[in-house]
Write a protein that binds this ligand. Structure first.
Ligand SMILES: Cc1cc2nc3c(=O)[nH]c(=O)nc-3n(C[C@H](O)[C@H](O)[C@H](O)COP(=O)(O)O)c2cc1C
Length: 201
């Protein structure tokens, strides 16, 4: 196993918005326990949609040479993967969905090539996931639309142990700051995940 760290992806096009604020609280908790976090904001990357070409079915690789090529290694080697994505039109925002679609190469490795996606068995069995989301309407059932996709994402990455942090009724930028209990929960969730992964403090 290489270096132990958590890979955290912020996907909302609104920088410093509600999902990113929650993500930062989780990161504070993880850091408090002494675990390294690599935070990525997708607005810094050019990532294209999956082309559906199925070339990954024979190689396990994606032919598109875009920003996703820098994301892939972390999806394979991080001990924790956090995806922060707001609800847009009753699903995760397109930026997050593109990342998941581009994980088709891992699906190919698992189901076509019938190989483990994460080769290191210790890493494979100890990885943790966290999905962070908010939606504007006060309807918690909105997240029901999203869960199968997130479960699929973590399944493809061979992460059995994933949890979610979701808040409904949070719309304007900064509105999440009116929910101190949820911010505290985010911080504590970060600490819990870091301890499970094996933080030093
Ligand atoms: C294009 C778009 C579509 C949206 N669709 C929904 C929706 O279907 N349901 C909902 O409850 N909120 C919806 N929202 C509201 C966002 O989920 C809400 O503003 C959220 O706080 C954004 O998170 P962020 O600050 O991390 O970007 C939508 C917002 C945008 C910009």
């Amino acid at each position: 196993m290489g270096e132990t760290y958590v890979y955290a992806i912020a996907t909302s096009p609104r920088r410093g918005g509600n999902t990113e604020t929650l993500l930062d609280k989780v990161i504070d908790g993880i850091s408090e326990v002494g675990l390294k976090v690599l935070k990525e904001h997708l607005s810094h990357k050019e990532i294209n949609p999956c082309l559906g070409c199925n070339r990954c079915g024979s190689t396990g690789q994606c032919i598109q040479k875009d920003g996703m090529q820098e994301v892939y290694p972390h999806l394979l080697s991080a001990s924790g993967i956090i995806l922060a994505a707001p609800i847009f039109s009753m699903h995760i925002c397109a930026q997050a969905k593109m990342v998941i679609d581009r994980c088709q190469r891992f699906w190919s490795v698992k189901y076509v090539m019938k190989k483990p996606v994460v080769e290191d068995e210790q890493l494979r069995t100890s990885r943790r996931g966290l999905f962070i989301s908010v939606c504007g309407r006060d309807r918690p059932e909105t997240f029901d639309c999203v869960r199968p996709t997130i479960a699929y994402f973590y399944h493809i990455l061979e992460i059995k142990d994933w949890r979610e942090l979701t808040i409904s009724g949070v719309d304007d930028k900064g509105e999440v700051l009116k929910h101190p209990d949820e911010l505290k929960k985010a911080y504590e969730t970060g600490k819990d995940i870091a301890r499970e992964i094996g933080g030093t403090l």
